[in-house]
Design a protein around this ligand. Structure first.
Ligand code: IMP
Ligand code: MG
Length: 168
């Protein structure tokens, strides 16, 4: 496996993003909504660097099934989501690929009556986007390669790698 982004580089960038988010919200409480399972590692590093009152919750969104890497319909499981009415939301995902997940979840959370919503992704794949959504915070732009590690999986494996690797 080829390392695309090493551990130290990720750490530095996550720290920068946390500073930007803390500055934007300026002590206002936020509810971080992390997309399971891929955002798990990113969100856990990010929230520990936020200088804000933070609540954390999860939604599950699945568009990739089994051993295939072809996206299907998006399933949203919001059973772990509290009442978000009137709250500042930071939606966190591992990667923006087609943009389907982020744009669907953003409208879903808006419909639930949140006060405002910002989005943060660790990675953004260049040349793949189908839905016009701009993440408010993005860690790294990457080429159109299938990547794993730091939460990202292939068939539920490799999530625990501390770096982003390019799968052969
Ligand atoms: P989108 O809905 O097409 O933007 O896809 C976003 C979701 O697809 C992410 O939350 C990931 O779970 C998954 N995904 C997209 N590209 C990759 C990849 O290169 N490696 C692992 N998962 C990916
Ligand atoms: Mg995902």
């Amino acid at each position: 496996m080829k390392t695309l982004i090493d551990e130290e580089t990720i750490k530095k960038r996550v720290t920068e993003i946390a500073k930007l988010i803390s500055a934007e919200f300026n002590c206002q409480p936020i509810t971080v909504v992390a997309v399971l399972t891929g955002a798990l590692i990113f969100v856990s590093d990010l929230v520990r660097l936020l200088n804000l009152p933070v609540r954390i919750c999860f939604v599950r969104a699945s568009s990739y099934r089994g051993e295939t890497t072809v996206p299907g319909d998006l399933n949203i499981d919001s059973s772990m989501l509290p009442d978000i009415q009137g709250r500042n939301i930071l939606l966190v995902d591992d990667i923006l690929d087609s943009g389907h997940t982020l744009s669907k979840l953003t409208s879903y959370l808006k419909d639930k009556g949140c006060k405002n919503i910002r989005t943060a992704v660790l990675l953004r794949k260049i040349g793949r986007q189908e839905h016009p959504i701009e993440p408010d915070y993005c860690g790294f732009e990457i080429p159109d390669k299938f990547v794993v590690g730091y939460g990202l999986d292939y068939n539920d494996e490799y999530r625990n790698l501390p770096f982003i690797g390019e799968l052969d």
